[in-house]
Design a protein around this ligand. Sequence first.
Ligand SMILES: *Cc1c(COP(=O)(O)O)cnc(C)c1O
Length: 386
Amino acid sequence: MIEKYLAELAAEHLTRRIVPLESGTGPVVRIAGREILLFASNDYLGLARHPEVVDAAARATHTYGAGSGAARLISGSLPPHMEMEQALARFKGTEAALAFGSGYLANIGVIPSLIGRGGLILADRLCHASLIDGCRLSGADFRVYRHNDLDHLTALLSRRRRVRRTLIVTDGVFSMDGDLAPLPDLAAIARSHDAELYVDDAHGTGVMGRHGRGTIEHFELEDAIPLQMGTLGKAVGSSGAFVAGPARSIQYLLQTARSFIFSTAPPPGSAAAVVAALRVIQQEPQRRARLWSNRERLLAGLKHAGFAIAATASPIIPILVGKADDTIKFSEQVLAHGVYAPAIRPPTVPEHTSRLRVTVTSEHTTAQIDQALAAFERAGRAAGIL
Ligand SMILES: *Cc1c(COP(=O)(O)O)cnc(C)c1O
């Protein structure tokens, strides 16, 4: 059974492979003994290697140890965890926040806390896998609406047999397409249909909005969407996730979210890194400015070269290819020209929409971006994409 499955994956060019880095993350990494330009990381602001963030992690590790020793409710709640949640609530402008070990854990814990059997979940078709798993785990009735299709969503809502507890679930920034959910419309639809809206802002946190507070800040919807989820392993440069919101909602999640209750607290170093990173996000807005100007340069160059680019509104820039084997060929050619960006294939994305997922950060220089553009163009011709 295992052999047959693996053989089928290989035949369809869908085998997943780990690419080992021989260096830390950053704009330049070592892969198989070569210096490679990395256009694949979600460390959008370079905070994973920011000296203040690294120092904070090192100091907390020396003071409190490498691990937390237990779940937060058992004996693992150390000063950095409390400081992290206070810093997250301040950053988000909410009464309270609760931290989770990862975004995956947050979604599979929070959604089943918000809704259960008898309820109805309507989720965007391109939602992250962790949201889908959270929806399934909740035991609620679970339907998907076409990507960002408000008419489809409204139709599903008006077809509800009786008005049941309803949760609308979406990414803020879609992780494989880079476009945004139409949150103002979704919030209005949720309100008029007596539904709640759950937004996973993994890729918006630190990136979107005037102060980097996320997609909800970008759309100025703080009052309409009181519960906000984001992750800490992407632009925040550390690890983990959070939900921020009214104190009573956070207290309820602390009592009910099983992935919080029954999982060891994150290492104190990663919590202290979050506190430092949130400070840097607020004190160094030039990082966000560089990120957006780098994104403009890369996006304009790729479009000028003639690539088919998804309708992105973020530093995630997918080059659409179509077939899985063509996408692999393209990514191999790109790597041969000294640039790494991953080939994303089904089931991560729908059939016939395989793509090279290119991400850019504030730390890429314009010379590196131009070098990457030249590599994409040459590789595109060699692979027959251009
Ligand atoms: C990355 C991601 C997650 C998972 O977060 P982790 O902290 O990596 O587990 C959840 N949702 C979305 C939309 C993501 O992009």
